[in-house]
Every structure is written in C-alpha cells, then in structure tokens.
Design a protein around this ligand. Sequence first.
Ligand SMILES: O=C(O)CCC(=O)C(=O)O
Length: 312
Amino acid sequence: MASAEEARFKIALCQLAVTSDKEKNIAHARQAIEDAAGKGARLILLPEIWNSPYSNDSFPVYAEDIDAGGDASPSTAMLSELSRTLKVTIVGGSIPERSGDRLYNTCCVFDTDGKLIAKHRKIHLFDIDIPGKMTFKESKTLTAGETPTIIDTDVGRIGIGICYDIQFQELAAIYASRGAHLLCYPGAFNMTTGPLHWELMQRARFIELANLIVSIILLMHFFLKFRAADFQLYVATCSPARDTGSSYVAWGHSTLVGPFGEVLATTEHEEAIVISEIDYSLIEQRRTYLPFERQRRGDLYQVVDVQRVGSV
Ligand SMILES: O=C(O)CCC(=O)C(=O)O
C-alpha cells in the first residue's frame, strides 16, 4: 500500500436477493452498489451468481459473453460503469460466463476507472453428494477455470476465489505467499454445508495448510485445532440472500474476518449491505505479535506454487 491512509478503507458486502428476472437483478445490484458507495465503501463485493438463479438449468440461459462486453454482457457493463462513475473498486461476485461453447462461473474485478482488471473462473467446481441433504453437480454445465487470480488494486492486493474454492486451502496459501492483503470469496453455501463450514472456512483459511502438512508429517493431528489466523490477512465472503422458495437455498451470512481470525462484521440471511472497515496496518501488527511466517519450517514442508496467475 502506498500510504497509511490507503491502508484503511470501508468494504461493503452486498448480500442481494436474486430473482429469475435478470434485468431486475442487474437494477437491484446497481442500487446496492450506489447505496454502498454512498455509505463510503471503496471496495464493493457482490455474491456468487447474483444475476441468475443458481441452477444448472439457468446457467446456460443467463450466461453472458464477458469478453464481447457491451450488450453481450449487461451485468459487467453495469459494474464497469458504476466502478468508473462512483470511483470504487468492485469485486463483482460471479455470473455465468459464456466463452465459445463453454460456460464458466466467473468473477470480474473492476478498478476505479471502470477497467476490467481480473477475471477469475471458479477453479473448483461444486460437485457434491450428501445423500438426503445436498446434491449438486456444477460440472454438468460448467467448465473449471485453470488459474488462481491475484490482483493489485487501489485497495490492496486481492486474491479471488468463488465459493467452493474456499474449501481448498492451497489456493489461499498461494495467495498469502504472493502477498495478498485480502481474500474475497463470493459464495453461495447452502443449508447443509453453510452452518458447518462457511464461517469456519473463512476463519481457518489462514492456518490450515501449514498445520495440515505438519500434522501429516509429524502425525500430530492435534495441530489442526489451532486454526485461527496463520496467514494473517483479511477474508471477505458475500452470499446471495436466502430464498426458501428457490431450488438452491443459500446460507447467507456474508462476513468479514480480520487477521487474527476474528469476525469483524457479519449478517444473517436476509438482504443486507454489510459495511465494515479494513485496516491493513493491522496485518503487520498481527504478524509481529505472531511471527508465523518467520517461524515456518520450509525445511519440513512447502507450498508448491505453479505460478499460473489469471488475467483478463
Ligand atoms: O463448499 C460448499 O460447501 C458449498 C460450495 C458451494 O455452494 C458452491 O461452490 O457454490
């Protein structure tokens, strides 16, 4: 960060209600972004799949050609316009993207000039089967992205993941090793894994990898208990609001976690704009208090970084 002033800013997590009417969803997101900017947010995060219902039947129908832009992508055109006119950075949740004959679950990041500066295609598709509770197979319609996405913005270095990406600690470890201040995860956890994993993953995203590998090597699984804030950065999640009438019922609970693993701001499942302050100077402070990075035993374990970074 260039200055202490830039190290402090407000973030908004826009937990939006999503309908089957795309135009309405776009207008609704526009209003939420304007409200968030009006409340002083400089970074605005939207939910996973905010312009379409979350279903394999809907993805092909609502998908937009982001690279073509303009009329081919009214959702990202709106995000670009607002980031430019309101001078805010937008991590635009995700929308179904059409690229050739493939569909992706894609997050677009816009800088304060309205420029698309990153496009993250969900790397880990949500294919799970918990009998009687939750079955979903994104891979029925979607293709997985191939690259981690970390980007320098006016509000720090941000690593991006989409929902199920948060379950894979290696991605967070790579972002941390590349100097991320903040990880943003637009997500739509459900009523089964939401209560179990949503907050846990967000708070644990910092420490898990090192501890897991140490645990395996040393066969001391109790290390896993100490999940809290090892990578010592900020993590923001943003979900759609819950709609009990939809085929996929989202958990909600958009949350900001700080570099001690502490919940700084959260909400329940209704529509909400959660505003909270981020102060990157606390990252350094926490790392001084708990110098994990210096203490890490690279002679015993390592994160292998294949260095494929996503771009637009
Ligand atoms: O990881 C989970 O349990 C939920 C993931 C999810 O809902 C998604 O990727 O859309």
